[in-house]
Design a protein around this ligand. Structure first.
Ligand code: UD1
Length: 429
């Protein structure tokens, strides 16, 4: 199993290219199930989750081709995928595949919408709380599907197709919103989705669906109106930049000091997170082609924050923020409101010398004058990267085990950080 070795204490200086967003790329690839024609997606990141999803989609009958390198293209540029599914040959998504990546459960809605049936294993993915799928199922039921649970599988049937309806989501859910949208675009008549997630990745998928011929209004807002169509058609779409990768590298620079240009990053995708970083004392300058992040000498201020759906502070940056606050002046309060049990990084950060008290859903982080390297273990995707950025700022050597979590969501992280002066290497075994 690969490990990552970091010798901390180096400042970061240079440019980091920001990849396409994993959380948009995955549902966009899944949207290709909705049409017989080709969906071309640009700026797809090179990630283990993308490779796994391509295999899962292949199993349903989608041809996935990856375009070759073009003249002038840099290795940091994303890939172009062409996904074509003239016929869906298999409407079952087996346990072995879905258990490895939660988002692959999202094939359920497009399969039912297009084929009138689907059998999809209940999901696995990151070990961060129970993560139920009840809203995915009630949404499909509201559109007329019959749902049964059998042997760990969801079996959905809508032999006469889906019919539009009003869907009021009881909680803001990114996955359930994707699911409702992908079902509604091929349902008969109008669907109204209330309390929809406003995350930029949801809007990105909705914009792509519109290019495919879907009729959707209210994109980016909490209410989406969808007028169903009989079929969708080919389209080309470019995946938006990854705001979680952006926020993570911004916090890395905040931890180590230095000055880095996050090439391709968009500040408007970060909203509260960018403001919060500014309030810690980090210099952030939004430019037309990216974001400059700098901390030269000054100390970091403690913050008080809770995770919230977009535009609030994202749960996917909570672990990284806690790492950052480990070296701030004073005590920070970080409350996790989206997922229970999303504090597995806390005990690992403590191994690096962090002082963190957990009280229910809240972490009280008291800044220390410096962290010290240690051997630590990655537990989930975002927790792993919090250990990386803490290791960059810690004195001495940090060895991080189980880094396969990292490869699910961060493209070439050692290379991107190494080019900015970090002493980081992957040890394969
Ligand atoms: C997506 C993101 C993940 C991010 C999360 C919250 C992808 C691939 N993953 O995950 O990185 O951390 O949004 O921004 O885009 N819930 C229910 N019932 C359901 C569905 C969800 O109770 O049927 C709950 C969840 O347990 C959680 C909350 O709703 O408490 C939000 O989860 P959700 O937005 O659905 O997360 P994902 O879409 O799985």
């Amino acid at each position: 199993m690969d490990r990552i070795r970091i010798v901390g204490g180096e400042r970061l200086n240079g440019t980091i290219p920001i990849s396409g967003a994993k959380n948009a790329a995955l549902p966009l690839m899944i949207a290709s199930l909705l049409t017989r024609e080709t969906l071309t997606l640009n700026n797809i990141p090179r990630l283990a989750d993308v490779t796994l999803l391509a295999r899962i989609l292949g199993n349903h009958g989608i041809d996935v081709t990856i375009a070759g390198k073009k003249a002038g293209q840099r290795t940091s540029d994303g890939q172009t995928f062409r996904l074509t599914a003239p016929d869906i040959v298999d409407t079952t998504a087996p346990y072995e595949m879905v258990a490895r990546m939660r988002a692959s459960f999202w094939v359920l809605a497009p399969l039912v919408a297009r084929c009138g049936r689907a059998k999809v294993s209940l999901p696995g993915g990151c070990a961060i709380g129970t993560r139920p799928v009840d809203m995915h199922l009630t949404t499909l039921e509201a559109l007329g599907a019959e749902i049964e649970l059998e042997g760990g599988y969801v079996i959905a049937r809508a032999p006469r197709g889906l019919t539009g309806n009003r869907i009021a989501l009881s909680k803001v859910s990114v996955g359930a919103t994707h699911n409702a949208l992908m079902a509604a675009v091929l349902a008969r008549g109008e669907t109204v989705i209330e309390n929809a997630a406003r995350e930029p990745e949801v809007a990105d998928v909705a914009n792509c669906l519109v290019k495919m011929g879907a009729r959707i209004e209210g994109i980016g807002s909490a209410t989406l109106w969808v007028q169903g169509r009989e079929t969708l058609h080919s389209a080309e779409h470019t995946v938006l930049p990854d705001r979680i990768e952006t926020g993570t590298y911004a916090m890395a620079v905040a931890m180590t000091g230095g000055e880095v240009f996050l090439d391709g990053a968009r500040g408007d995708l970060l909203q509260d997170a960018l403001q919060l970083l500014r309030s810690t004392g980090v210099e952030i300058e939004e430019k037309p082609t990216g974001i400059k992040v700098a901390r030269n000498g000054g100390g970091l201020s403690a913050v008080s924050v809770e995770t919230q759906p977009f535009p609030g502070f994202p749960t996917d940056l909570q672990a990284q923020l806690i790492a950052l606050m480990c070296i701030a002046n004073g005590t920070s309060t970080v409350r996790e409101t989206i997922f229970e049990n999303r504090f597995m990084h806390v005990q690992e950060l403590a191994r690096l010398g962090a002082r963190i008290d957990l009280k229910g859903d809240t972490a009280l982080v008291t800044g220390v004058s410096g962290l010290r390297g240690a051997q630590v273990m990655a537990t989930d995707l975002r927790a792993s990267v919090s250990l990386i950025i803490a290791g960059l700022a810690a004195q001495g050597e940090t060895m991080i085990g189980r880094v396969y979590h990292l490869d699910r969501g961060f493209e070439r992280i050692e290379e991107k950080l190494g080019k900015c002066g970090a002493r980081i290497e992957r040890l394969s075994s």
